[in-house]
Write a protein that binds this ligand. Structure first.
Ligand code: NAD
Length: 480
């Protein structure tokens, strides 16, 4: 194992207390280059990419087992680094283990195909080969979870990886690197570089020896990544922002829909790409729904992330805290009606550096900025609609298309609306819609490519066509 040579470090802070919890290397250009070259050498050396898929699968399963064994320790590290509630982090650990196990299984199923012979004397088939060196860039909201969504399929396909966590939440990515080595992943196959996006991330995207960039983050950065990667024609997958709607019809189980709407926006303090940050409610049940939501949301426990009773922890980075505050100002200035929260949350025992925001709800016009733009915090906007056609029109009037929910006991209507919604995922009558095995990703400006699916293996592979001549008479096209 080699580490950064560059002497510079930065402070990594606990967002709930402001306390410095680690010194993190600010990787230099040379560090990034060494990590990429290590990944390149490991890939070209073939130890991993040419290893029997069944053996790779065993090693990835071992990673899953080690993560399960250390779930408590990883969970606490994540909580202190990110500020999320320990109950949220606990759920993520289970999902991370499931993700590694799913892709361990997928490693032996990255099948090619056999084509009908293009000529009677031909055999034609395809094989799936690993795409090469993958630069995996992840955000700060689900650090280890989103790393696992990229690292597990990349390793399963036989790729090598340079993983760049967000500067504010690097700790569990570093642990993942150690776990990989301990599980038997050869040296150089999984490398972790820490540091800023504008430098370390940018260098990784520019590096000519990287074959693919798998990026999760904001739409603005995603566009920059795609542009930069185009210079070297890297393969790119982008998981970007969202402004996902919940659509509640008058025939829905309103009790369940309210509970799901509360969870859908306040889970992970609203710092979730698929957060249901717009709730569209049919006019004849609108007042009842909003009143019930507002009453019940008051019981959501915002507090010390390490307290197992806490449901909503801290906001992870100061820039995000400011963004939430500024959107609440925007809401006020554009005449949105504040129903709940809208201010810093008072958390018992927290010091002045703790970044907590109260669970917040507004009623606004569908055209208001707070109803259209991604806030990425615990802020929901209610919008009433008259009928199915209007609900679909409002839901689709967004630059994003990541996720949506539909609530209706009329299964025909729920599925009609699901079909009309332009987004990568539609959940009908459930708050849970993200599972290994079920593709996750965006339409429109929410990005391209899918994570978590079996098809994700294709995004870490190239297709090679192999054509074999099986005729008795040798071919001589020029008759020479
Ligand atoms: P961000 O775009 O600021 O940063 C994401 C990552 O990119 C970080 O590691 C950052 O250091 C790096 N980066 C920044 N500039 C870069 C550059 N020029 N070149 C290469 N890398 C660079 O996003 P964020 O604030 O960390 O995360 C929040 C955003 O992520 C939200 O928009 C959210 O919706 C989105 N997100 C999407 C998904 C999804 O699956 N669709 C999941 C989680 C978060």
């Amino acid at each position: 194992m080699t580490t950064a040579t560059h002497a510079a470090t930065y402070d990594d802070r606990n967002p709930a207390t402001g306390e410095v919890i680690a010194q993190i290397p600010e990787s230099s250009h040379d560090d990034v280059d060494r990590a990429v070259r290590a990944a390149r050498a490991a890939f070209d050396g073939g130890k991993w990419s040419s290893m029997a898929a069944s053996r790779r699968a065993k090693i990835i399963n071992k990673m899953a087992a080690l993560i399960a064994e250390r779930a408590n320790e990883l969970m606490l590290t994540e909580v202190r680094d990110n500020g999320k509630a320990v109950a949220t982090a606990k759920g993520e650990m289970g999902a991370i283990v499931d993700c590694f196990e799913f892709y361990a299984g997928a490693a032996t199923k990255n099948y090619g195909e056999t084509m009908p012979p293009p000529l009677p004397t031909y055999l034609a088939n395809t094989v799936r080969e690993p795409v090469g060196v993958v630069g995996a860039i992840i955000p700060w909201n689900f650090p280890l979870l989103l790393a696992s969504w990229k690292v597990a399929p990349a390793l399963a396909a036989g790729c090598t990886v340079v993983l760049k966590p967000a500067p504010s939440t690097p700790l569990t990515a570093i642990e993942l690197g150690k776990i990989a080595l301990e599980a038997g992943v050869p040296e150089g196959v999984l490398n972790v570089v820490t540091g800023s996006g504008r430098e370390v991330g940018q260098w990784l995207v520019e590096h000519p020896l990287v074959d693919k960039i798998a990026f999760t983050g904001s739409t603005a950065t995603g566009k920059l990544v795609a542009k930069t990667a185009a210079e070297t024609l890297k393969r790119v997958t982008l998981e970007l922002g969202g402004k996902s709607p919940s659509i509640v019809f008058d025939d829905a189980n309103l009790d369940a829909a309210v509970a799901a709407a509360i969870y859908g926006i306040y889970y992970n303090a609203g710092q979730a790409c698929e957060a249901r940050s717009r709730v569209l409610v049919q006019k004849n049940v609108y007042d009842r729904f909003v009143a019930d939501f507002t009453e019940r949301a008051k019981n959501v426990r915002v507090g010390n992330p390490e307290d197992p009773q806490t449901q909503v922890g801290a906001i992870t980075i100061p820039e995000q805290f400011e963004k939430i505050r500024s959107y609440c100002e925007i809401g006020k200035s554009e005449g949105a009606r504040l129903l709940l929260g809208g201010e810093r949350a008072q958390v018992e025992g927290a010091n002045a550096n703790g970044m907590f925001w109260s669970v917040t709800a507004y009623e606004a016009d569908a055209s208001a900025r707070i109803a259209r733009e991604e806030i990425f915090g615990p802020v929901v906007t209610f919008v009433p609609f008259a009928d199915e056609a209007e609900a679909i029109a409002i839901a689709n009037a967004s630059e994003y298309g990541l996720s949506a929910s539909v609530w209706s006991e009329n299964i025909g209507r729920a599925n009609r609306v699901a079909r009309a919604i332009r987004s990568g995922t539609v959940a009908i009558n459930t708050p849970y819609a993200v599972f290994p095995g079920v593709p996750f990703g965006g339409y429109k400006q929410s990005g391209y490519g899918r994570e978590l699916g079996i098809e994700t293996m294709r995004l870490y592979s190239e297709t090679k066509s192999v054509l074999t001549y099986i005729g008795e008479k040798p071919l001589n096209p020029f008759g020479v």
